[in-house]
Design a protein around this ligand. Structure first.
Ligand code: NAI
Length: 260
């Protein structure tokens, strides 16, 4: 049996990178998927490709900016109207800017916190009622980072937001358990993964992607960057009933980065 048979999943930032890979993997595993993102062309492409592979109606695209509470409500309503319910939320959308404690402007701070922290809060808060309505096991998975565990001089706001994701995960998990809601809440903390975000980081730091990969590989005892599918598989574990006794925790998927 497929691991997400009869489940409906909403995935943010699903038009590229780790989120896109996750949408495809979840559909492979039997889920109906709501591909959320801000780029219509990419969203419609991913929707069409998943539907071509798995049948019409497997995937739908919805334009969601995670920093808007109203937009979250619309996305959840859309998921329920299209698929009849919502079992899984993957809070994957994120942004980063290479700015330290001195160079981080209020604008950059607010943008990073709005997307990487407040967006996760809105998602967690808004899905709980819809998930409770299903009467089925549900799961929220949010994306943390190794940067929530170790300092990185260049990513001041990003580190702050990613550490907060883990704190919010613990608090929301306790809320759901204490209120007898069948909703598990967990996080996945990736090491460096080769995605468009990595390409953008390389560009912002004035490096070619080859230089960036060589420098980053050294940080991971396994000796390379991770692949998007290696994070998508961790989301899959946390989202599936295989993790039925797992809540309030963060799974490091970082090639040993934080083991040193
Ligand atoms: P990416 O840049 O390839 O994809 C991020 C997605 O989030 C994009 O589709 C983007 O449009 C979307 N997004 C950004 N702001 C948004 C907003 N306000 N509303 C809706 N969508 C928005 O990045 P990647 O690498 O796939 O990252 C996915 C997650 O993994 C992020 O949370 C990131 O912080 C995290 N992560 C990535 C690492 C890496 O090395 N690539 C390392 C550790 C964590």
């Amino acid at each position: 049996m497929k691991r997400l048979e009869n489940k409906v999943a909403l995935i943010t930032g699903a038009t590229k990178g780790i989120g896109e890979t996750t949408a495809r993997l979840f559909a492979d595993e039997g889920a109906k998927v709501l591909i959320c993102g801000r780029n219509d062309a990419d969203g419609q492409r991913v929707e069409a490709e998943i539907n071509a592979a798995h049948g019409a109606g497997t995937a739908r695209y919805f334009k969601l900016d995670v920093t808007s509470m109203d937009n979250w409500k619309e996305a959840i309503d859309f998921a329920e109207s299209q698929f009849g319910k919502l079992n899984i939320l993957v809070n994957n959308a994120g942004i980063s800017y290479p700015e330290n404690v001195v160079t981080t402007t209020p604008e950059i701070w607010n943008k990073v916190i709005a997307t990487n922290q407040t967006g996760v809060f809105y998602g967690m808060q808004q899905v709980i009622e819809a998930m409770a309505r299903t009467g089925e096991p549900c799961a929220i998975v949010s994306t943390a980072s190794v940067d929530g565990h170790v300092g990185d001089e260049l990513y001041f706001a990003y580190c702050a937001a990613k550490a907060a994701v883990e704190a919010m995960t613990r608090c929301a998990a306790l809320y759901c358990a204490n209120h007898k809601l069948d909703i598990r809440v967990n996080a996945v903390a990736p090491g460096y993964i080769l995605t468009p975000m990595a390409e953008e980081d390389a560009r912002q730091n004035g490096k070619t992607i080859e230089e960036y990969c060589a420098d980053c590989a050294e940080l991971h005892p396994i000796g390379r960057l991770g692949r998007p599918d290696e994070i998508a598989k961790a989301y899959l574990y946390m989202a599936s009933d295989d993790a039925s006794f797992v809540t309030g925790t963060t799974l490091m998927v970082d090639g040993g980065y934080t083991a040193r």
